[in-house]
Design a binder for this molecule. Sequence first.
Ligand SMILES: O=C(O)[C@@](O)(COP(=O)(O)O)[C@H](O)[C@H](O)COP(=O)(O)O
Ligand SMILES: [Mg+2]
Length: 413
Amino acid sequence: MTGIEYDDFLDLAYEPAASDLVCDFRLEPAEGMSMEAAASRVASESSNGTWAALHVDEDELTHLGAVACDIDGDRVTVAYPEELFEPGSMPQILSCIAGNIMGMKAVDTIRLLDCHWPEGLAQSFPGPQFGTSVAHEKLDAGDRPVLATVPKPKVGLSTEAHVRVGEEAWRGGIDLLKDDENLTDQEFNPFEDRLAESLAARDRVQEDVGERKDYLVNVTGETTEMLERVDLVADHGGGFVMVDVITCGWSAVQSVRQRCDDHGLAIHAHRAMHAAFDRLPHHGVSMRVLAQIARLTGVDHIHTGTAGLGKLANEDTPGINEWLTGDLYGLEPVLPVASGGLHPGVVDQLLEALGTDIIVQAGGGIHGHPDGTHAGAKALRQAIDASVEGVALEEYAAEHAELETALEKWGAE
Ligand SMILES: O=C(O)[C@@](O)(COP(=O)(O)O)[C@H](O)[C@H](O)COP(=O)(O)O
Ligand SMILES: [Mg+2]
């Protein structure tokens, strides 16, 4: 017989094995609880332990206990044996490292900060099908950022109006038209009509301007319905789908990835609701970890923030982007998306902070242009061209009226 109790899950001399999944947490023990005691409870409850001491027949047990192996201030490192996990199942992994421990009384707060993925477990996931290569495999962005726009207002436009706005933006220099997160298949703008007519407009524009364009159509919905929408996108000749990965859940993302593999479609990951997990610095799951999960499960692009330049709060965009594009056992890199409150006046600072291997999305920053969508799109493209060429926006604006008007309207911050 062997006994299993909380103290068995703490070993500060333990060196993680190469095959272990190693997670970094920030935690505040409950009043009267030591950091060691709290750490052992985190390791226990997130692997195979529980609050009562257990007595199990040695012959009947596979040792799957995690180990709290380092404590540094409010940081605790826990190493998980790979046998604990079902290869290729993100929901199962999260049920361990971000499951019940998030609600334990033993800690006042707990945040999963970072994960160090072992090769075996990482490679049990497909990773992106295209990743950063979409910029030249599916579009003609070359060395500049890919440009995207969401028609605004977010919802309520008829299909006809949506397509008109898209065509104006594409003709103004935008590469990707994108649905907003709350536009799916509503009566005022039904999914298949919107899809078919937008792609027809895309084809007209491509014919005229000689530059590839595409559409990030939002397929988000019930999983079976979502997979049928993915098939429809392929039937109509689209190259991309958009999925809201947090609201859908990772198992749905994994199903969409498989279906997109069949059709050669790229996946744009929007992340509505991410802030419910990552906004509070002492609790939840960091955006860094959410981005890691997104890369493993196979999205090609994901929103990661604007390095503080936009309207939404974000954490460590440069660090997350570095992880998304760095080496990971041969998995494709993910193209980060900067979006939210952006306009031509901040483009130079944005590229300075995040580089050019990104997607820049502007909705209000294009459709709010005083001269309308087409001028707004031209102004954003001009700001990008100026910044890539290293010319100051104001100087470039002197020769480009649309950019000049945008700078007058929104300034350079
Ligand atoms: O609805 C919006 O707010 C946006 O369409 C941006 O519109 P604007 O360009 O008009 O601001 C995006 O959903 C956010 O950028 C998502 O946030 P994040 O990129 O941080 O995930
Ligand atoms: Mg939106």
